[in-house]
Design a protein around this ligand. Structure first.
Ligand SMILES: Cc1cc2nc3c(=O)[nH]c(=O)nc-3n(C[C@H](O)[C@H](O)[C@H](O)COP(=O)(O)OP(=O)(O)OC[C@H]3O[C@@H](n4cnc5c(N)ncnc54)[C@H](O)[C@@H]3O)c2cc1C
Length: 381
């Protein structure tokens, strides 16, 4: 059985991913949350199973599938019950690595894309800096041309996979005076002299994910580290951000649906004043709103994904999908916690974890406010 926009092949893939996630990831969610970390083996296993390269061509070790395969992966990863693990994997599959395929040379693809698809190289994405988050064109990390390469100095913050990564897709300024046209992309190995993980940040949620602050001090990288054309980094990272936002939206709304299902089941079972709480009108209406809003956000995600799958560049729809799923998922996680009452707030139940993890979507990869700015501009304002 398949339903729009998926085919029976997508549903077969979904069943395979679901079996892996429920057997090898979900049982460890609590343990990894307590450790504040998860093993790199997760990437190795995903690579072995072919899940890290679903839509890349077979010549690079990919599965040769379409973009909707990536959506299936993001949706099923929500079943691992750890937002941090799902986010780390999404950074690899849909954020840090796609620019290598889209803008990389054959040599870069051999050196980085193929091992990334195999799960042998873990990637991180270095955009955000202490003084440049939403305002990407304000990045201050510099790459200065020298003989045979570039010397990079600067700092990145909030970098997912920041401690464990083998390589970084990096945004740096190659021309101080050229505004957004003075930005370029690089791919750098994290064992390059001058690359340093300064610290791993503590966070409210996504606690299994290692979020690093990284410094670069006189870090020399060869000419071959330039990814795409010099000066086109801002456009290229803007392209990357579309995929990042859509995959974030897809995973988030799948997580919200899981929370809704848990809340619905609890509302049928938990009794107060002689009846199940779902029979109290206010709770019933909460659940009705949750179901409606999840459905609306889900359809918007699928609409945007179908446009991407057709080769379009739907910035407006992706921005709307990111904004709506973030707000809906946050409301759903809060209502779910409310429906579970004290049990929802207790650490012994996973409800609070979803509530903490979900909050990030309204900030990461472009905040709600930035999404509204983009949509507003596209409406001619
Ligand atoms: C757990 C986590 C993981 C992350 N992973 C990565 C990663 O792997 N790689 C990476 O590069 N980054 C990563 N980020 C960074 C993330 O993308 C940024 O935090 C985000 O883009 C916002 O930037 P900022 O935190 O600097 O906030 P700021 O840009 O300082 O914004 C602060 C506030 O001002 C608002 N604001 C800013 N500009 C405007 C405007 N023009 N109009 C209206 N309001 C505005 C914002 O919406 C926000 O509410 C991660 C962040 C977190 C917390």
């Amino acid at each position: 059985m398949s339903s729009w926009p998926f085919s029976s092949e997508h549903e077969e893939l979904r069943a395979q991913i679901r079996a892996f996630v429920s057997k090898e990831l979900a049982p460890h969610a609590e343990e990894w949350e307590e450790q504040g970390d998860f093993p790199d083996l997760v990437f190795t296993r995903l690579g072995e199973l072919g899940f890290l390269g679903l839509s890349y061509p077979e010549e690079y070790g990919g599965g040769g599938g379409d973009y909707l395969c990536n959506i299936v992966l993001a949706e099923e990863m929500a079943g691992c019950l750890s937002g941090g693990v799902a986010m780390a994997v999404a950074v690899q599959t849909d954020m840090a690595v796609p620019p290598l395929y889209k803008f990389g040379t054959e040599e870069q693809k051999k050196r980085y894309l193929i091992p990334a698809i195999k799960g042998e190289k873990i990637f991180c994405l270095g955009i955000t800096e202490p003084d440049a988050g939403s305002d990407v064109q304000n990045v201050r990390t510099t790459a200065v041309k020298t003989e045979g390469g570039w010397v990079i100095n600067g700092r990145k913050i909030f970098i997912t996979n920041g401690r464990r990564a083998d390589a970084m897709t990096l945004v740096a300024r190659t021309d101080r005076d050229a505004g957004h046209q003075g930005i370029s992309l690089f791919v750098v190995d994290t064992d390059t002299p001058g690359y340093k993980v300064e610290r791993v940040l503590d966070k409210v949620g996504m606690r299994t994910s290692d979020t690093g602050e990284i410094s670069f001090t006189d870090m020399f990288v060869p000419d071959e580290a330039l990814l795409g054309k010099e000066g086109e980094g801002f456009y290229n990272i803007s392209w990357e951000l579309q995929g990042e936002r859509l995959i974030g939206a897809a995973g988030t709304i799948a997580g919200a649906r899981r929370q809704f299902e848990a809340a619905l089941a609890y509302a049928k079972e938990r009794e107060t004043f002689g009846k199940p709480i779902g029979k109290h009108q206010v709770i019933r209406h909460y659940l009705a709103d949750m179901a409606t809003e999840i459905e609306a956000a889900q359809q918007l995600v699928y609409h945007a994904a179908v446009l991407v799958n057709r080769g379009e560049y739907p910035v407006r729809e992706i921005s709307m999908a990111k904004l709506l799923t973030g707000e809906v998922a946050w409301k759903v996680s809060d209502r779910t916690l409310q429906i579970f009452g004290g049990h929802g707030y207790a650490m012994e139940m996973p409800i609070q974890r979803a509530w903490r993890d979900t909050r990030l979507i309204r900030i990461g990869g472009g905040t709600d406010e930035v999404m509204r700015e983009i949509i507003g501009r596209m409406e001619g304002l």
